[in-house]
Design a protein around this ligand. Structure first.
Ligand code: ARG
Length: 287
């Protein structure tokens, strides 16, 4: 506890935006610059190869995201982008690293298959020998750590059968969640983990059974409205206090404030053209 001499104001109290009991934990992220980013094919409903992408703007927006993380005190490591892999900027899909165990992605579409080699290389070089799965898994796009649980999506990309393989590799209980709306084709487009016990999600993206499971496990969850979900507001990255998310998700930003989080809005409009935003661009090394 800090003791202030009588009559000495405590300036940091006045400077605190809002009282909160939430706390940040320093994180370790892996990102890949959008050097070769393009929308050349359509493998999700957000992608339209006829829409013009501004590569310079994509790079500036991505750079601002990286600086946002660094400004919050987090570590950001980079994986080199590879020519011919235009979706590689969505680093979350590269795999899952948790408690020293690593699973590398097995992509659903051939256009992204070779990205797995680049992320496996990074894992090897950093002392996380990558394990592979027989069934499709798209890494942290569909695999989100919430405290001691692994929340795992299926329905569009990651196969349900991969969930058991991954549970065995990382030694964590898996909660399988079924996605039913093609706009929300990865779990991280429909659900954000805010801290070990708090999530936010968009209920219509899930099957009735999965909605019931989420309501039971996370009674305090924030349910976001369609307007926020449709700007990929849930594609967010939280350190337990600060939540970095698409600035256009204004309703969700209000809800986060009210729940004691500190939302940090960023603009990734160019990367939205590929069907991804903040979380898609961020692979967290969970420690
Ligand atoms: N164009 C990419 C795909 O369809 C976007 C991936 C977004 N990543 C994510 N984690 N949701 O595969």
């Amino acid at each position: 506890m800090t003791i202030f001499a009588a009559g000495t104001p405590a300036p940091e109290v006045a400077a605190t935006p809002r009282e909160t009991t939430r706390t940040a934990r320093t994180r370790h992220y892996v990102m890949t610059p959008p050097t070769f980013f393009a929308v050349e094919y359509a493998i999700n409903p957000w992608m339209d190869p006829d829409v013009v992408v501004d590569p310079g703007a994509a790079m500036r927006q991505w750079e601002a995201l990286r600086q946002t993380y660094q400004g919050l005190g987090h570590t950001v490591e980079l994986v080199d982008s590879v020519a011919g892999l235009p979706d590689m900027v969505y680093a979350a899909n590269g795999g899952l690293v948790v408690n020293g165990n690593a699973v590398v992605a097995r992509f659903a579409y051939p256009q992204r298959a070779a990205e797995a080699d680049a992320y496996a290389d990074w894992m090897h070089r950093n002392g996380y020998p990558p394990r592979t799965t027989r069934h499709v898994n798209e890494g942290q796009g569909d695999l989100l750590v919430a405290g001691s649980l692994l929340l795992a999506g299926f329905g569009f990309r990651t196969e349900r059968r991969a969930h058991d393989e991954i549970a065995a590799i990382v030694g964590m209980p898996v909660v399988s969640l079924e996605l039913v709306d093609p706009r929300f084709y990865h779990l991280d487009t429909a659900l954000a983990v805010l801290d070990d016990t708090t999530i936010a999600y968009y209920p219509p993206a899930f099957s009735d059974h999965s909605r019931a499971v989420l309501a039971e496990l996370f009674p305090d969850a924030i349910e976001v409205a369609s307007a926020d979900a449709y700007v990929l507001g849930l594609n967010a990255v939280s350190d337990g206090l600060h939540v970095v998310l698409p600035a256009a998700a204004t309703g969700f930003i209000e809800q986060l404030h009210a729940a004691g989080f500190r939302p940090v809005g960023v603009d990734l409009s160019e990367l939205l053209k590929g069907g991804g935003s903040v979380k898609c661009c961020t692979l967290e090394v969970y420690q």
